[in-house]
Design a protein around this ligand. Structure first.
Ligand SMILES: *Cc1c(COP(=O)(O)O)cnc(C)c1O
Length: 463
């Protein structure tokens, strides 16, 4: 077998600069800052071509579960590879895709009974939107063709997913390309527009705004799409009970509920799916990221029988879901997803997350000593630490200071890779991280935030 040739950092950097356009990356800034080039992984660590080790502090952007080079997952892929790598799911099936569909239905919120595969979270969202749209057409109610979404929502980067997204920095540019959606405020508690101190009342006001929009426009709304924890919008968990209240409003106004569990699914929030915190079953649910343990690109859109039945008809009725991707149901991906879900069970991983999340909360509390830590938001292993210029007024730092980027850069020097969201430092360790590993990571977080915010104060004071 031909062994892969090894290249020096300098050679790889040259080739990166010359040929590779990285996603969500300003290449000018990236190339000027000695980019990390990963060679291998081991457990919860990533190792670059220069041999430096880093904690994978955001689970390779929110998807790694058990760590890297997990023997059981590696073996599942090898075993499948000895049979076949891929055959199509269009008009036929394959063994691991069928078994994975069954497994997903078994672990999903009760009532979600059918699984439609794709390759990424954005696609799983696109498919959810098309299903909801076509559902009403198939029922003869084409006037229900609009979507309700939440301000600061993020559902992926394809044009349909961006149409129900609402983060100006990512989405505004493409506005002329998008279909309109109706945007309602997300129930943010740290910053909210109401002159109220009582959190319960704030939540009620948010809910009343949602109900007012539904009451006025339900006749033209196909579905509401929500994230149970707003991810890219700043790591903001929905208040307890909010998703349940949305479920009830959707029932009342005959609007479908799509829950985007791409980030929150597969144990991330301390339940297998975040819907379980409120005992909610959505009509349609999108999943991706953690489904393969962070190994291969598999995604899925789950639906209830009520939805599926609206598409189940004679071919001449044209009720088929006209959607599919070349690699849908890829065998290698489905095989590793099955092995991943087996490990969830044999290692009681969801319980591990719930328990360790309490410990993590204690550790993270130490960050409150730092006077520029404005808010710490946590749901399981999904954590956002919001840095502010002034804690009393919640005044944000000027955009140009790039405080989140600076903290991530300092973490990198200290041995952990992060990717911030503005001034929200995102911390999403792999779910299988041990208590000792989590403690080491939090230590780095503390030091980086302390140093960067102090540096900034000194600079502002001109010393
Ligand atoms: C990451 C993410 C997506 C997009 O998933 P991709 O696999 O990157 O396309 C969609 N929705 C949410 C909530 C996400 O966090």
């Amino acid at each position: 077998m031909k062994k892969q040739q090894t290249y020096s950092y300098e050679e790889l950097y040259e080739k990166n600069a010359k040929y590779l356009w990285n996603p969500f990356t300003q290449m000018k800034e990236y190339l000027a800052d000695q980019p990390v080039i990963i060679e291998r992984g081991e457990g919860r660590k990533l190792i670059d071509v220069q041999g430096r080790e880093y904690w994978d502090g955001v689970s390779s952007v929110w998807l790694n579960v058990h760590g890297h080079r997990v023997p059981e997952l590696d073996e599942a892929i090898r075993e499948q590879l000895d049979k076949i790598a891929h055959s199509t799911l269009l008009g036929m099936a394959n063994v691991p895709a069928v078994l994975l569909a069954e497994k997903l239905v078994q672990i999903a919120p009760p009532g979600l009974s059918k699984v439609f595969f794709s390759d990424s979270g954005a696609e799983a969202v696109e498919i959810a939107l098309k299903i909801a749209f076509q559902y009403w057409r198939n029922l003869g109610r084409p006037e229900k063709d609009s979507f309700l979404t939440m301000k600061e929502a993020y559902h992926g980067d394809t044009v349909g997913a961006v149409s129900v997204g609402a983060i100006d920095m990512f989405h505004k540019m493409y506005a002329p390309l998008l279909f309109p959606s109706i945007k309602v405020p997300f129930p943010t508690l740290y910053r909210h527009p109401y002159e109220l101190a009582d959190e319960k009342q704030v939540v009620q006001r948010y809910l009343a705004e949602m109900e007012a929009v539904m009451a006025a426009q339900a006749h033209r709304i196909a579905a509401l799409i929500v994230e149970p924890v707003q991810g890219a919008g700043g790591m903001i968990p929905m208040p307890k009970g909010y998703l349940k209240a949305l479920r009830e409003l959707c029932n009342q106004y005959d609007i479908l509920l799509i829950v985007d569990e791409v980030a929150t699914g597969f144990g991330r929030t301390g339940k297998m799916f975040a819907c379980e915190h409120d005992g909610v079953t959505p009509d349609v649910m999108s999943v991706a990221k953690g489904i393969t343990g962070g190994y291969l690109p598999i995604a899925a859109t789950l639906a209830t029988d009520r939805i599926y039945d609206a598409f189940y008809a004679d071919y001449e009725e044209f009720k088929t879901l006209y959607h599919g991707h070349s690699y849908t149901g890829n065998q290698l991906g489905c095989a590793v997803a099955l092995a991943n879900l087996e490990l969830f069970e044999s290692r009681h991983l969801v319980e591990h997350v719930t328990k360790s999340a309490d410990h993590l909360a204690d550790q993270l509390n130490s960050l409150r000593e730092l006077k520029h830590v404005g808010d710490i938001r946590q749901k399981g292993f999904m954590i956002g630490i919001e840095l502010v210029a002034d804690r009393t007024t919640k005044q944000a730092y000027p955009f140009a200071k790039r405080m989140g980027v600076k903290v991530a850069r300092r973490c990198r020097e200290l041995g952990m890779l992060l990717r911030p969201l503005g001034d929200v430092v995102v911390f999403m360790p792999p779910l299988a991280s041990t208590i000792e590993e989590l403690d080491s990571m939090v230590k780095i977080l503390y030091q980086a935030i302390a140093e960067v915010t102090l540096d900034d104060e000194r600079q502002s004071a001109g010393v």
